[in-house]
Design a protein around this ligand. Structure first.
Ligand code: PGA
Length: 249
């Protein structure tokens, strides 16, 4: 069944002490929604986050990984290494990875395969830039990002894939897509999936929205029928704000 998910992407924030402190703040919050809650600390803080959140209803996930199993890839981390720590889910294709680390659709297709073959769940991010939106090409861009990185997957693989639509112009800018723009794109994404995989699969995939989701706009965005949750950056660094978003369902 389609799940509601709120995932906090901590990006390159929080050292070990700050990770412990934020998790202890998270532990003080109460969850009144049915959404699955995830947090994504940096690689170096994953072990600590796993240890300190073991009593919480929160999954600790990774922000990225390499597609190779091991080898001469200085500075990289593989799916099996994440699995060996106890991490079961990875965010792939975040726009900051695409923009600053030059990750292309074909690299992302390999990362998705590596994660799935290690029995990991994938949160796959994509979204258009402002120029694409202004020129009316946003749907075309999103469609090609999905097709290039994901359309080689089998039907069964979709059980382990969550999508995160994040318009680049809304990330960290304070500018969100309107709930209507989010709904329109999410419905379009479902139609793209249905064109290859059929309605049964497309209606079961969770599609998260990301980009300046805050306590004051989450409820309206999450109320849209094709929006199944959020990928939260800035607001996930404050436990109260994050849980206000989790409880917006
Ligand atoms: P933001 O980041 O909530 O700070 O806009 C979202 C994201 O990058 O996933």
């Amino acid at each position: 069944m389609r799940k509601q998910i709120v995932a906090g992407n901590w990006k390159m924030n929080n050292d070990l002490a700050e990770t412990r402190a934020l998790i202890s703040d998270l532990a003080k919050q109460s969850k009144i929604s049915n959404a699955e809650v995830m947090i994504a600390p940096t690689f170096v803080c994953l072990g600590t986050a796993l240890k300190h959140s073991s009593n919480l209803d929160v999954e600790v996930v990774a922000q990225n990984m390499h597609y190779a199993t091991n080898g001469a890839f200085t500075g990289e981390v593989s799916a099996s290494m994440l699995r060996s720590l106890g991490v079961q889910t990875v965010i792939l294709g975040h726009s900051e990875r695409r923009a600053y680390f030059n990750e292309k659709d074909n690299d992302l297709a390999k990362k998705v395969d590596a994660a799935l073959s290690n029995n990991m769940r994938v949160i796959f991010c994509f979204g258009e830039e402002l120029a694409d939106r202004k020129s009316g090409n946003h749907e075309k861009v999103v469609e090609s990002q999905i097709k290039n990185a994901l359309f080689h997957l089998s039907d069964d693989a979709w059980e382990s894939v969550v999508l995160a639509y994040e318009p680049v112009w809304a990330i960290g800018t304070g500018e969100t897509a309107t709930p209507e723009q989010a709904q329109e794109m999410h419905a379009f994404i479902r139609s793209v999936l249905a064109s290859k995989y059929g309605n049964d699969i497309s209606s079961e995939v969770s599609i998260l929205y990301g980009g300046s989701v805050k306590p004051n706009n989450a409820k309206e965005i999450f109320s849209k029928p094709d929006v199944d949750g959020g990928l939260i950056g800035g607001a996930s660094l404050n436990a109260e704000d994050f849980y206000a978003i989790v409880n917006a369902f």
